[in-house]
Design a protein around this ligand. Structure first.
Ligand SMILES: [Zn+2]
Length: 215
């Protein structure tokens, strides 16, 4: 009975938690989060670069539009445009670099997704087998319970309460006699006790009170 309960506990633990699956999930989730962050960064930087391009365009319109004649003013715009182009060039480099990282991030995430899916499928199959095993163990337990109840019906009330009393005090109520000793307390039995054990009546050990039987 105890071993059946232990078996069921172990099965439940295996159904509730699976290290391989958890690890695959967390690795995949981390990669997916990193990729999402990177894509967000790229989008933000891309919008910033777009804004910069617009600013440069406006400056160039001022520079080459012909409306502004003041050389000092033109030189100022020229300098500003130069600075902005410089910044834009660096941004474009970053964007290119990010795009490569996004590409490899996508590949990595796809691979990890596959590992995760496989781990989930394997675990699902394991769980199905474990549930079936649990059903079997449960079935056996129910069978044993029924058998025990059948046996108890055949035993009279006094014997039963004697049995339950010893069991609650000693744990094991019925013990074997081996080479003249009670295997519950290891005491040697008297000759008359041994003779009575050989008979059909219920005999208790005079030392520990357990019910004796000969193997
Ligand atoms: Zn004993």
């Amino acid at each position: 009975m105890l071993s059946a309960r232990k078996q069921l506990d172990e099965i439940r633990q295996k159904i509730e938690h699976n290290d391989t699956f958890e690890q695959a999930r967390s690795t995949f989730e981390t990669a997916r989060q990193l990729l999402a962050d990177l894509e967000k960064q790229y989008k933000d930087l891309d919008a910033e670069a777009e804004e910069l391009r617009k600013n440069i365009k406006e400056l160039e319109n001022k520079l080459y539009g012909g409306k502004i004649k003041n050389p000092k003013e033109l030189m100022g715009y020229e300098q500003e445009a130069g600075l902005l182009r410089n910044r834009l060039s660096k941004m474009d480099d970053s964007l290119l670099d990010m795009m490569e990282r996004i590409e490899s991030g996508k590949n990595r995430t796809a691979r990890l997704k596959q590992v995760f899916d496989e781990a989930r499928q394997t675990w699902d199959e394991e769980k199905a087998a474990l549930r079936q095993k649990a059903d079997e163990v449960n079935g056996q337990t129910v069978g044993l319970d029924a058998k025990r109840k059948e046996l108890l019906k055949e035993i009279d009330g006094a014997t039963l309460s004697l049995y339950e009393g010893i069991k609650s005090r000693r744990g094991q109520a019925v013990v074997r006699v081996e080479q003249g000793r009670c295997m519950g307390c290891r005491c040697f039995l008297s000759v008359s006790e041994l003779q009575r054990v050989r008979g059909s009546s219920i005999v208790q050990c005079s030392n520990c009170g357990r019910i004796l039987y000969l193997s």
